[in-house]
Design a protein around this ligand. Structure first.
Ligand SMILES: *Cc1c(COP(=O)(O)O)cnc(C)c1O
Length: 401
């Protein structure tokens, strides 16, 4: 795959890399990274075309393979994650599916934590078995369960941490050690933590996937995904899979995400501060049961959160004692916070998982995940925390009836 060869990035801090890293400047000397809306590229000569196809010369061929704007986005995320290689995809689900199916084949086995984003659970539970890939879903918090689920043909393990919506964590280092002892690769969906608050590769993971739709865009516009991996995995598995099956991201979407990365640290920091304050406020209110937030001292896995995360994230999950009726009364009383199942946005968004993102699951499966009918998942945005608290307080008054 004839890609541009980016020079090694200077020894800059993350904030600097996210503004300047991976920029390719055209002959016009534009300041802002350019959007290359082109399907294909032309060659100076027949010889040059031959060299590009033989991978003897860096450069672009066709935007299903690579594109300058997409390459800039990939390089910036690669620097952010500290990975050997990065590939962007059309959506987060395309990233997850490509990471798994580029490597796995009939006869292989996958172990996954059962607390998964709904579509990830479909890929593991329904799609993989259709192609002869056996899967085992377990409680991701239970290291003995990971160990017990490993089989001689286990080729990958897959999990999110924190997981949606209960924010339960998986010990990335411990599970990576178990997986590697059995010869399996570790794939982590790191969306909830963002690349700023948790570095799975440093804790032993082999592959990290993102829905760039969430914090990387951060303003609710475009869909996108990223897979981060080793050069060898890209060369032997992922690269050819993406090139031939075609879940390519649009250069327009990649440009939006590329520019958004410039402000990612500022946004994530502000959202984490507000989320922590809102979690503490909610925990003191009448009618509120459990408040789940990874860095609160009462969080069941607070010690693990401290060990592998540098911030609590911007999701706060809380339970109302009045069940679904109280949850719906709160939602319908909100004026500022929007009812939406997205997350990581500048706008604060709230959702009732039991009747939306997780309604596909049987009640027993929801109970297994600790997902109750009174549970709400709040994605804290960039509004002032004072306005958000006032809106939630009005919602809580309505919920109490
Ligand atoms: C949103 C999300 C995805 C899927 O991303 P899309 O861009 O919507 O395809 C996967 N995993 C997690 C944890 C997510 O939050």
């Amino acid at each position: 795959m004839a890609d541009p060869k980016f020079p090694p990035a200077p020894d800059w801090d993350l904030e600097t890399l996210l503004v300047h890293g991976g920029s390719l400047r055209s002959q016009y000397g534009e300041l802002s990274e350019a959007m290359f809306l082109t399907q294909s590229f032309v060659y100076e000569s027949a010889e040059q075309a031959e060299r590009r196809f033989k991978d003897e010369e860096a450069g672009f061929i066709y935007s299903r393979f690579s594109n300058p704007t997409v390459a800039m986005f990939e390089e910036r995320v690669r620097l952010l994650e500290g990975a050997e290689a990065a590939r962007a995809t059309a959506t987060g689900m395309a990233a997850v599916t490509a990471a798994l199916l580029s490597y796995l084949k009939a006869g292989d086995h996958v172990v996954a934590a059962r607390a998964l984003f709904g579509s990830c659970r479909y890929v593991i539970e329904d799609l993989c078995p259709r192609f002869g890939i056996a899967t085992t879903l377990i409680d991701g918090r239970d290291l003995a369960a990971w160990k017990a689920a490993m089989k001689p043909n286990t080729k990958m393990v897959f999990f999110e941490s924190p997981a949606n919506p209960t924010l339960e964590l998986v010990d990335i280092q411990a599970v990576s050690d178990i997986a590697h002892a059995g010869g399996a690769l570790v794939v982590v969906d790191n969306v909830f933590a963002t690349p700023l608050l948790q570095k799975p590769l440093k804790h032993g993971a082999d592959i990290v996937v993102y829905s760039a739709t969430k914090h990387m865009d951060g303003q609710g516009r475009c869909l996108g995904g990223v897979v981060l991996c080793k050069d060898a995995f890209l060369k032997d598995y992922l690269g050819v899979f993406l090139r031939q099956t075609g879940p390519a991201i649009s250069p327009f979407n990649a440009w939006v995400m590329l520019k958004s990365l410039e402000t990612l640290p500022l946004r994530v920091k502000a959202q984490c501060e507000s989320a922590a304050a809102i979690a503490d406020h909610l925990a003191l209110q009448a009618g509120v049961g459990a408040v789940l937030y990874p860095l609160r001292p009462d969080f069941a896995q607070a010690a693990l959160a401290k060990r592998q995360m540098s911030g609590g994230g911007q999701i706060v999950t809380f339970t109302l004692n009045g069940g679904k009726e109280a949850a719906f009364r709160l939602l319908n009383a909100l004026k500022l916070i929007k009812i939406s199942n997205n997350l990581g946005d500048a706008k604060s968004l709230i959702t009732h998982p039991a009747t939306t993102t997780h309604q596909r699951l049987k009640p027993e499966a929801r109970a297994e995940l600790g997902l109750s009918d009174g549970m709400l998942r709040l994605s804290v945005g960039l509004e002032s925390a004072r306005d958000l608290v006032a809106d939630l307080d009005a919602g809580l008054r309505a919920a109490r009836g």
